[in-house]
Design a protein around this ligand. Sequence first.
Ligand code: SAM
Length: 234
Amino acid sequence: MTGHVVPSEGARELFGEALPVAQRYADLLADAGVQRGLIGPREVPRLWERHLMNCAVIEELLPKGADVVDIGSGAGLPGLVLGILRPDLSVTLLEPLLRRTVFLQECVDLLNLENVTVRRGRAEEVKKVVRADFVTARAVAPLPRLAGWALPLLRKGGSLLALKGEQAEAELEAARADLSKQRPCVADVIWVGRGKVDPATTVVRVTVTTETDQATPSRSQRAADGRKKRGRKR
Ligand SMILES: C[S@@+](CC[C@H](N)C(=O)[O-])C[C@H]1O[C@@H](n2cnc3c(N)ncnc32)[C@H](O)[C@@H]1O
């Protein structure tokens, strides 16, 4: 055990009652996570500020009881942190690599997180079986590709919350046309955790406005719908 992952006062405030469990997770990351190459050793001194806290503030965006799927969880960021902080959420950690899912399952078992499920797989392979109110992702893929994986998983009114860096606004502007072709949606960039983390966490939020199976109807479907509507009016 490295034993030097000490939470700051800000981390203590942010995690509150969940701090002991978050501390155990931080220790697992600093120990087995580093040994197994899931997180770089240079990240250890900044585990709380740069990783756990930066991810934890996303909880501000999640209503009570929401279903959350975290695409490409890696060592558990942000999904595992959200599951620790918010026992009311139902969190699925979706990750294709066995080495990572083994670590994630060990964390879930050791931390006794009954609200967190580990699922091994690629996001593009679960479109027909996974549904969520929110999809989270950090450092997984450029926005158009990420949206292609995430939007089909969302219920109407649900959002993709993509944790992004300084280029978030430019990335969103470049991806807008592509996003609306994938599924009707509205998208913006928001900052969460002001006063809790510095800098605030930048999130690209993409909210879908139709049911899953109504995603962008084809031209022929639209024409057929139009004919039906005119028929009903007569
Ligand atoms: C750079 S890591 C980021 C891990 C974590 N989200 C973080 O911020 O530390 C990217 C992760 O995405 C996963 N990934 C890559 N392609 C994926 C896909 N198609 N579906 C789900 N996860 C994927 C990788 O296996 C890897 O664990």
